[in-house]
Design a protein around this ligand. Structure first.
Ligand code: ADP
Ligand code: MG
Length: 99
C-alpha cells in the first residue's frame, strides 16, 4: 500500500510469522489511532479466514452474538444461535478453521 508509512520492524515481524510452519499468536497493542488495525490489514492484505472486533463497553452476551453473526457471514450454514461461553466460542472457531 503506497500510503503506508514506516512500521518496517513490525511489518518484518508479521511477515516472518506468516511464513512460520506452525501456529502463531500475536498481540498488537497500543493507544487508539496509532495504527494497529491499519498495520494488520495492510500486512495481511485482508486475507483473513475470520475476523472479529471486540465491542467496547459491551457485555458477554452481546460479544457472543457478534461472534455468531461474524461466523454466519463466512459460513452461511451456521445458524444464528450464539455460543454460551468463550470456551464454546473458540471450540466453534477451531472446528470451522480445521474441520
Ligand atoms: N502506517 C501508517 N501509515 C499511514 N497511515 C496510517 C498508518 N497507521 C495508521 N494510519 C492512519 O491512522 C488511522 C488510524 O489507525 P488505526 O489502524 O485505525 O488505529 P488503531 O487500530 O490503532 O486504533 C488509519 O485509518 C490510517 O488512516
Ligand atoms: Mg483498531
Amino acid at each position: 500500500m503506497s500510503n503506508f508509512i514506516g512500521r518496517k520492524e513490525e511489518t518484518a515481524l508479521l511477515h516472518a510469522l506468516l511464513q512460520s510452519p506452525k501456529s502463531e499468536f500475536v498481540a498488537v497493542y497500543g493507544r487508539r489511532r496509532v495504527g494497529k488495525t491499519f498495520l494488520i490489514r495492510t500486512v495481511f492484505e485482508n486475507r483473513f479466514d475470520f475476523q472479529l472486533t471486540g465491542q467496547a463497553r459491551s457485555n458477554l452476551k452481546q460479544q457472543l452474538l457478534n461472534f455468531q453473526d461474524a461466523l454466519q457471514s463466512v459460513d452461511p450454514g451456521e445458524g444464528n444461535k450464539p455460543p454460551k461461553s468463550w470456551f464454546e466460542t473458540f471450540g466453534k472457531l477451531r472446528r470451522w478453521v480445521d474441520p
